[in-house]
Design a binder for this molecule. Structure first.
Ligand SMILES: Cc1cc2nc3c(=O)[nH]c(=O)nc-3n(C[C@H](O)[C@H](O)[C@H](O)COP(=O)(O)O)c2cc1C
Ligand code: SF4
Ligand code: SF4
Length: 316
């Protein structure tokens, strides 16, 4: 099974590709959070986590899901790759430690993509666990943070991957959508890398790390990212330009967490409204999917472009 989250479609594209190649279930985390988050794995079923990087960390909604996750296994187990303790995992409240020690940054090099591909196929029957994140540039220590969350429920992503894809974050002065040529270039490289990752995942190759961590992963994740995720994941700055809005409801439809509702405003026009109830995960799907650029996040996005995977249909 593949648990995934996606706001603007980059991760959905990758997760759908993996689901097609493995023939395994594809489960959308916001939908799953409406249920009890309990699952029984089929014998040998892989466990995949796919999500975008948000502030050099896994998105808040993904971490919330993992803390509620309860898996029961049916098949054989391999230590460190799947289930502990007779295939039963119980989700416990796990407190985050944003100040993981710096020394781990000099990260123990694990198997590289090239060496993993050279190796003979791995055909172990286990609940092979892996994770893939998409990012615009770099992921910092996203996978270490993910594995810390997973450890609390008895799991470990044995192989971890990242894909650099078109940028979706546009709410800070230096953050912009990619130019069309850069967008196509990123998709072309990501397509090739995804093929390689898929091959390794299908063959259940363990201990592969192929990620783009950036220059200072610890500072990105535990200083800038920690501040970003603690303070800047909010729907409060969203506004809608009533004179631009055509009341199509695309923003509400695109919101994965149900944080946007179309409601009559004071003058009777039906406009999107954000709930301000903590459900926003800041994926910016509402902003990017508006056909009229009527939604803004503060003032800065008035000078920004829009993006979602497949918007130009030039690469899918
Ligand atoms: C709130 C937010 C934070 C982001 N933080 C990062 C980041 O720390 N590093 C990075 O390279 N890209 C970052 N991005 C870009 C996304 O990770 C990237 O565009 C991703 O592929 C989007 O995936 P999606 O289309 O599945 O939502 C961020 C995007 C958003 C919306
Ligand atoms: S309100 Fe917008 S940014 Fe927040 S979760 Fe919904 S779509 Fe994403
Ligand atoms: S997507 Fe844009 S135009 Fe459509 S209802 Fe939302 S704000 Fe209005």
């Amino acid at each position: 099974m593949i648990f995934y989250f996606s706001g603007t479609g980059n991760t959905r594209w990758a997760a759908e590709h993996l689901a097609a190649a493995t023939g395994e279930r594809l489960l959308f985390i916001p939908e799953e959070l409406k249920g009890d988050c309990r699952y029984t794995l089929a014998a040998g079923e892989r466990i995949g986590f796919c999500f975008p990087t948000h502030g050099w960390q896994p998105p808040r909604i993904v971490r919330q899901f993992i803390r509620r996750l309860f898996l029961r296994g049916q098949g054989s187990m391999v230590k460190g790759q799947g289930l502990m303790d007779k295939g039963q995992l119980s989700a416990q409240a796990c407190s985050l430690d944003p100040s993981s020690p710096r020394p781990q940054d000099a990260s123990t090099p694990r198997r590289t993509l090239r060496s993993a591909q050279r190796d003979a196929p791995h055909l172990e029957s286990s609940h092979y666990c892996y994770a893939l994140t998409t990012c615009g540039d770099s992921i910092g220590r996203t996978m270490e943070i993910l594995n810390k969350e997973l450890a609390a429920v008895g799991l470990k992503a044995s192989s971890v991957f990242s894909l650099t894809m078109p940028e979706s974050y546009v709410c800070l002065p230096f953050m912009k959508t990619d130019k069309p040529e850069r967008e196509c270039e990123k998709i072309a490289v990501a397509t090739r890398e995804l093929e390689q990752y898929t091959d390794l995942i299908v063959r259940r190759v363990p201990d592969v790390t192929h990620t783009h961590r950036g220059l200072t992963p610890w500072t990105f994740s535990h200083v800038i990212g920690a501040y970003f995720n603690a303070r800047m994941i909010t729907d409060k700055p969203f506004t809608v330009d009533a004179d631009r809005c055509i009341h199509c409801g695309q923003c509400a439809k695109a919101c994965p967490t149900g944080d946007v509702t179309m409601k009559p405003s004071q003058d009777g026009a039906v406009l999107p409204q954000w709930h301000h109830d903590g459900s926003c995960t800041n994926c910016l799907a509402c902003y990017h999917h508006c056909p009229c650029h009527a939604i803004n996040y503060g003032r800065i996005t008035r000078q920004r472009g829009q993006y979602y995977f497949g918007h130009g249909n030039s690469y899918n």
